[in-house]
Ligand binder design. Structure first.
Ligand SMILES: [Zn+2]
Length: 469
């Protein structure tokens, strides 16, 4: 049994694996093969090599009954999971049609890979934007027997005893919703905010056949159940009763973070949308032009001033839309290509370093924002900026644009004092931190895009090649 082969598979060391081709099918005492290790640690390059050299490994189960593909799926390495899942005939045909030209490499090969999907993205919902103006349809979806309501109290979602997100059925919240109508007037402004999130068409198709169920799939809604302040509020007693029921059933409102990290990816993505939309409603109760009350339109996706003589009634600015703030986050690669630059903020856990990040400013392209933030925070100049992936960070409304960028200078000077420290880390130090070896530094968890950017640089030769072009 070759420990170094398995170690090489876990760390993405393809050269070592190629030097031990006779041992490719070896297994350790837990029944793990090199392909299990490559899958567990998301090593795409190694997994591709092993799959091609020893296709038998795809079906090998370890002592826990898991195939390599199942391990990759479990640990969130979708691209590796897809690579290792045996294709059906239909898939094979489709893949042949989409094959990149022989010998494709560099940016071409990268463009033809599946885009990386970060945590909080990849929602299973069809948002059905065209239903948002169809009151009859919305009424059906709100009252559907399979509808699910995410309940938020002062922006905190409701969880059960096992920290699973709680979904209320319509009957439980009917008193707060009544007849769905988008023709909301100011008299209705006290009604708890209700937002249509979309329909999960993939899951639970059987549920959709039940009596009164929406034929499209499972409709998801977000509903604000924050306690009403005054007893004169017509919803005061319904809300009070609801909160008593939650207490009786040991359901608790808790901040979305960190509990969202324990949810499965699909549920976390739906919660992220719900939490972000409700945050927007909570912070935007009055018209920014005249201070009049705003009303919710299009199932919660637009806000409109209720005052007819408000300046916002004229021109194209007569509605307010949910806001998304662009943030750039970048893994800066040393001119010698064997190190990356990471920084740390004072309030972070001890020894944790991460990628450089900051908000995009007005009148600035995203690439320019990357270069400016690198210079302001670290004094390092970067030129080529290479896109990797994005991650919604809806707490409350950021969208992180993730890049790798090539440095053209190496001297560190923390101009804007946003960072406590910044330094260059070698690839072996980075691989150690990704594995959590307790070495020189630690990384943010793998659910964070910073981790994914650094992981991509450390383990994927194609990503490294694209970063320098
Ligand atoms: Zn107004």
């Amino acid at each position: 049994m070759s420990a170094s082969l398995l170690e090489a598979a876990a760390t993405g060391d393809l050269d070592t694996i190629k030097s031990q081709t006779k041992a490719l099918k070896d297994r350790n005492e837990r029944g793990w093969t090199a392909l299990h290790f490559a899958a567990r640690y998301g090593q795409l390059e190694v997994a591709t090599y092993l799959r091609d050299q020893a296709p038998d490994l795809l079906a090998v189960v370890n002592n826990e009954g898991k195939t390599p593909a199942q391990l990759a799926q479990f640990w969130g390495y979708d691209q590796v999971a897809q690579l290792l899942t045996p294709a059906t005939n239909d898939d094979k045909q489709q893949q042949q049609q989409q094959q990149p030209a022989a010998g494709a490499s560099g940016p071409v090969a990268l463009a033809q890979q599946v885009n990386h999907v970060n945590f909080f993205a990849g929602s299973p919902l069809n948002r059905y934007g065209w239903y948002r103006t169809n009151n009859d349809k919305l009424n059906q979806l709100v009252k559907a027997s399979n509808a699910r309501f995410i309940l938020l109290n002062k922006l905190d979602p409701l969880f059960d005893q096992d920290n699973k997100l709680y979904f209320a059925p319509y009957d439980q919240v009917a008193g707060l919703i009544g007849e769905f109508s988008d023709d909301t007037t100011t008299e209705d402004s006290l009604r708890p905010r209700l937002i249509f999130l979309g329909v999960d068409e993939q899951q639970h198709k059987d549920d959709s056949k039940a009596a009164g169920a929406a034929s499209e799939g499972i409709p998801y809604w977000a509903l604000d159940v924050s306690a009403a302040k005054q007893e004169t509020n017509p919803f005061h007693s319904s809300l009070q009763q609801l909160h008593q029921d939650f207490e009786k059933n040991q359901l608790d409102f808790s901040p979305a973070l960190p509990l969202a990290f324990q949810l499965n990816k699909d549920t976390a993505a739906i919660l992220a949308q719900a939490r972000s939309m409700m945050d927007w409603h909570t912070r935007n109760k009055f018209c920014p032009a005249c201070g009049g009350a705003v009303v919710s339109k299009e199932a919660g996706h637009k806000l409109h001033c209720s005052s007819s003589d408000c300046i916002s009634q004229k021109g194209v600015h007569n509605f307010a839309y949910p806001r998304t703030d662009a943030v750039v986050i970048v893994c800066i690669v040393h001119p010698t290509e064997d190190k990356i630059l990471l920084g740390r903020q004072k309030q972070w856990p001890a020894r944790m370093f991460s990628c450089i990040a900051g908000f995009v400013e007005a009148g600035e392209s995203i690439e320019e924002a990357v270069r400016r933030e690198a210079l302001e925070e670290t004094g390092v100049h970067v030129d080529h900026v290479s896109y990797h992936s994005t991650q919604p960070w809806p707490f409350p409304n950021s969208l992180m644009f993730g890049f790798l960028a090539s440095a053209t200078s190496t001297t560190i000077k923390m101009e804007d004092k946003e960072l406590e420290s910044a330094r260059w880390f070698s690839r072996s130090e980075v691989l150690g931190a990704l594995k959590g070896d307790g070495g020189v530094f630690t990384m943010p968890p793998k659910l964070a895009i910073a981790h994914q950017l650094v992981h991509a640089w450390a383990t994927n030769a194609t990503v490294r090649q694209n970063a320098k072009m």
